[in-house]
Design a protein around this ligand. Structure first.
Ligand code: S3P
Length: 169
């Protein structure tokens, strides 16, 4: 089985996929890492040097490549992956998808110290971050909500969330 974790930046996709890969004894792939290795560049540099449109095309190519492979894995996506082109349809056709739903205070608390790693929020003022995330999530949630399973992550432990996902599969 291919299991895909999706949700907004900072919702815990990578940490939860690590715990799931232990619990399910399954290989784990992070789409951003896969893109960085393939391109030989950090995500922030791809955005800065080649632009977001280039990144989105590359992201879709890498997603398709992984979904077409024969192996099984747990794949954590980038926050925007399900929201472009027909990526969400493809995800649901070829994997079991899980939306990790986090509320705005959770996302703000996690993203404030890590803004610089993420090109889409790096230049937003700290005080403006809650409003930015609120608007952005409003646009993206319709895509996230197409996932087969939704799990709320607020105030829960990583291992507890992973167990909840295993029980829902
Ligand atoms: C993005 C999220 C990032 C990364 C890129 C774009 C987005 O991944 O793919 O910076 O559009 O939300 P994380 O969700 O792992 O931060």
């Amino acid at each position: 089985m291919k299991l895909i974790l999706l949700g907004y930046m900072g919702c815990g996709k990578s940490a939860i996929s690590k715990s799931l890969s232990h619990q399910l004894n399954s290989k784990r792939i992070d789409l951003d890492d896969y893109i960085e290795k393939r391109e030989g560049m950090k995500i922030a540099d791809i955005f800065a040097k080649k632009g977001e449109i280039y990144f989105r095309k590359l992201e879709t190519t890498c997603l398709e490549e992984l979904l077409d492979s024969k192996e099984d894995f747990i794949l954590s996506l980038g926050g925007g992956t399900p929201c472009f082109g027909t990526n969400m349809e493809l995800i649901n056709e070829k994997s079991t998808s899980v939306y990790l739903s986090a509320n705005i205070p959770t996302l703000v608390a996690r993203l404030l110290p890590e803004k610089s790693k993420r090109p889409l929020i790096a230049r937003i003022n700290d005080d403006d971050l809650p409003e930015f995330i609120g608007k952005h999530l409003f646009e993206r949630r319709p895509f996230y909500l197409q996932a087969k399973i939704a799990v709320s992550v607020d105030q829960k432990s990583v291992n507890g969330i992973a167990k909840e996902i295993v029980a829902a599969l």
